[in-house]
Design a protein around this ligand. Structure first.
Ligand code: ASP
Length: 355
């Protein structure tokens, strides 16, 4: 069944949902379902759902973790069924809509868990964070090992994510990413290892909380958060490319972004914001043709400094700093910012507030 047909058949998901609730409470009966917080799981695929038979459905995924019944009354829907390298910006809009609908349907819902592949998890989580209008938590989780692997981490991650989503103190923290017993704010979390179960970290902030068998502990107070980006009327996101720096780079990414009519380009610069001569030339041309250029860094940690910005700031050229956002996250912010304005000073202000 395709993702779209699955979404359209929402009433069928509801039917499946009651059988799932039954399934969970039979497996672990002691806690009365009424006394438990309600958590809605939105599944999209990824390694957490992968098995030798292919991608399993959310019903099977949840059935594999009977302990969930001690943490929450879980409802669910399957919105996508893909590896996250196949997730595209339109899917972010779809997920945001499903999250809105789930919160709107159930005022008593404690929180939402989104299961997702880890490859583009940081982008989806950051997008959902930037548009999160409800105080209630949205928790993104996944796995580094497939569901049938020895030492699969998915079941523990899913249980932790549900416990965090059900936790009263998870409110007003925007979107959280839960992996390997750690809770990260979507804004800071990055995938920092290709294979280990400890794949995510927040280099600029550290985890905001931890999940232990005794409970969830938050180490920091809820952050002050800028207003969410409104999505009403947004059918598609503006196209933004990424240009990667390397010794001798000619700025092909910037040129392609310009020639293909994209709205902007993020540069994964050297260090704290330097670029090659070829890139600088391409950036000058792109700026003169009205492309928005955001300077991030290929390093993956740390701030891009305004005074560098490819050496172009000194020429008075308006290049926007990505702050601490890595290139893929800066791209997400630029795409959303461009739905609001194309004025460079306003875009700079948005980056100051959100990065
Ligand atoms: N290929 C997987 C994905 O969907 C990797 C993972 O989930 O860890 O991103």
């Amino acid at each position: 069944m395709t993702a779209t047909s699955r979404v359209r058949r929402w009433p069928r998901s509801v039917a499946a949902l009651s059988s799932m609730a039954a399934l969970i409470s039979t497996a672990a009966a002691p806690v009365a379902a009424q006394s438990l917080p309600r958590v809605h799981v939105i599944a999209t695929g990824g390694t957490i759902a992968s098995s030798a038979q292919g991608l399993i459905g959310v019903d099977q995924l949840l059935a594999g973790v009977p302990e969930l019944a001690t943490a929450a009354t879980v409802t669910f829907e399957q919105v996508l069924r893909v590896g996250s390298s196949r997730v595209v910006p339109k899917d972010w809009l779809t997920l945001a809509r499903h999250i809105d609908e789930a919160f709107g349907r159930d005022p008593q819902l404690a929180g939402i868990v989104v299961t997702h592949g880890t490859d583009t998890m940081e982008e989806t989580a950051f997008f959902l964070d930037l548009v999160a209008a409800d105080d209630r938590p949205v928790v993104v989780t996944g796995a580094m090992r497939s569901s049938d692997a020895v030492g699969a981490d998915g079941p523990a991650n899913l249980l932790s994510a549900v416990r965090v989503a059900a936790h009263g103190e998870a409110r007003r923290r925007g979107v959280l990413l839960v992996m390997n017993d750690e809770v990260h704010e979507a804004r800071f979390a990055i995938k920092a290892h290709t294979l280990r179960v400890q794949a995510f970290s927040s280099p600029e902030a550290g985890p905001t909380g931890i999940v232990e068998s005794e409970g969830v502990r938050f180490r920091t107070a809820p952050p002050s958060r800028p207003d969410p980006f409104p999505l009403s009327g947004v059918e598609a996101l503006p196209e933004v490319g990424i240009d990667y720096s390397f010794a001798g780079a000619a700025g092909e990414g910037v040129r392609i972004a310009r020639e293909s009519g994209m709205s902007g380009v993020v540069v994964a610069a050297f260090g704290s914001g330097r670029v090659s001569e070829g890139q600088a030339d391409e950036i000058r041309t792109a700026l003169s043709r009205g492309l928005v250029v955001v300077m991030s860094s290929r390093v993956g940690q740390g701030l891009v400094r305004d005074e560098y910005n490819g050496g172009l700031a000194a020429e008075g050229r308006n290049v926007i700093s990505a702050g601490i956002l890595n290139p893929q996250k800066a791209r997400v912010l630029l795409m959303l910012a461009l739905t609001r304005t194309r004025v460079l000073t306003e875009l700079s202000r948005i980056f100051e507030a959100y990065s």
